[in-house]
Design a protein around this ligand. Structure first.
Ligand SMILES: Nc1ncnc2c1ncn2[C@@H]1O[C@H](COP(=O)(O)OP(=O)(O)O)[C@@H](O)[C@H]1O
Ligand SMILES: [Mg+2]
Length: 404
């Protein structure tokens, strides 16, 4: 159904509300990026004025961190070599996996490049090491840390000789890794400290608030963080412009398209989701795709319609929940977040049952795991749960309204 409605009703190549990070050559191309002018300038000059750097980029999930770093390294700092894909932090990271990930993405980027000219010496060098083939992970994991570090050092040197200013390495979703175990994380950071200090290597670590706190908690590691940047939500106008840009990018040649949503819809969702662009895009997507619930499929969706649709969506989805689970959800929405034991105590449920309810809510996408400290897990209601709080406008005739 997805592919259909955008072309059929709106005459767009694809879903303009797709939640994918902006990236070079990606579904959501660099040209759709907008805003963050000051932050771009700051990160750019930080990298350019330092021989080496380690920047922490901090912000809420969905605020636009990955896109921001992609744009800076892929569009604004093209004199630097940077792997095509960011490296996703993994739960099982250790210093060896960290190094192998770096070396592999560098190799992969060069290997997949059609026009290698500028990169040929680096590529030849890496190939000559004989480490990179289908089994490179296995082979490299047998090597010592100092060997892997020396390899990266040599590659960086070749990169410089080829005329680049250095290498930019983007590590994404730091929280995937640090959420687990404090000591493990500290040991890991100490184990890679010498790599983070390599000349001409610029590390950009992206994560949530908690991840950066943990990073900074270690004195020895803290000293190598050269900059910390917080990314606030984009402005309402930024988001309106971004939606417009996406429509232009996804239009079909010079075919006239219909804007799927009105500006007041974006304004309403901006407030509801406190400016979180990912949640706003998700809500827009739901509103348009579920317009049949108010017999308005293919129409331009306004604020009033959006309210009714989203409320219906969330109510229908929660019909599947048992009454008890629904109660747990309501409690969590009211409270903002909750732990397993709080729910058990406050709602007087058996601990085992609480786990079942939580599992059900997680699976239905109503809540998410916010953080995990030791054995304690804190859950938060997700964007969808906020739609419960919507008060639909009264007395609106959608079938009339929508012909405008
Ligand atoms: N400045 C921006 N300009 C255009 N689109 C953006 C911008 N920031 C974020 N987006 C879009 O918003 C969504 C969330 O961004 P993302 O970078 O994935 O957030 P995060 O990494 O913080 O979770 C993506 O679909 C992305 O394309
Ligand atoms: Mg991200």
């Amino acid at each position: 159904m997805d592919g259909d409605i955008w072309d059929k009703y709106y005459r767009l190549k694809q879903n303009p509300f797709v939640v994918k990070a902006v990236e070079k050559g990606g579904i959501v191309p660099l040209t759709t990026f907008y805003g963050r002018t000051l932050q771009i300038k700051k990160l750019k000059s930080h990298i350019e004025t330092n021989e080496r750097s380690l920047t922490l980029i901090v912000g809420d999930p969905g605020v636009g961190k990955t896109s921001f770093v992609n744009v800076v390294r892929q569009k604004d700092l093209t004199e630097y070599f940077t792997p095509r894909k960011e490296i996703d932090c993994q739960r099982d990271f250790d210093s060896s996996k960290f190094m192998i990930n770096i070396l592999d993405t560098i190799y992969e980027t060069l290997d997949q490049m059609e026009n290698k000219e500028k990169y040929q010496t680096v590529y030849d060098f890496i190939k000559r090491t004989g480490h990179f083939n289908n089994e490179s992970g296995k082979q490299l994991s047998l090597q010592s840390h100092s060997y892997l570090k020396a390899l990266l050092e040599k590659i960086t040197k070749k990169v410089k000789e080829s005329g680049f200013k250095g290498i930019i390495l983007h590590f994404n979703n730091l929280e995937n890794f640090v959420i687990d175990d404090d000591t493990k994380f500290k040991n890991f950071l100490m184990g890679i400290r010498d790599v983070l200090l390599l000349d001409n290597c610029h590390f950009v670590f992206v994560g949530n608030r908690e991840a950066s706190d943990r990073f900074n908690a270690n004195q020895k590691v803290k000293t190598i963080v050269t900059d910390l940047m917080k990314l606030p939500p984009l402005s309402e106008n930024d988001i309106k412009t971004i939606v417009k840009k996406r429509l232009e990018v996804f239009r079909i040649g010079d075919v006239k398209y219909l804007e799927p949503v009105t500006e007041d819809t974006i304004e309403f969702l901006y407030k509801l989701h406190s400016g979180n662009i990912r949640e706003i895009l998700t809500a827009l997507d739901y509103a348009v795709k579920n317009a049949d619930k108010i017999k308005s499929l293919g129409k331009q969706i306004n604020e009033s319609m959006t309210k009714t649709i989203l409320k219906k969506v969330v109510e229908e989805d929660s019909k599947e929940l048992t009454p008890r689970t629904y109660e747990v959800l309501k409690y969590m929405i009211k409270k903002g977040n909750a732990t397993n034991s709080e729910i058990t105590k406050e709602l007087e449920i058996h601990a085992q049952n609480t786990s079942t309810y939580i599992k059900e809510l997680l699976e239905a996408g109503f809540i998410g795991l916010e953080k995990k400290t030791g054995k304690m897990k804190i859950y938060v209601p997700k964007n969808k749960s906020l739609w419960y709080t919507i008060e639909p406008d009264k007395g609106t005739q959608y079938s009339l309204n929508s012909f405008g």
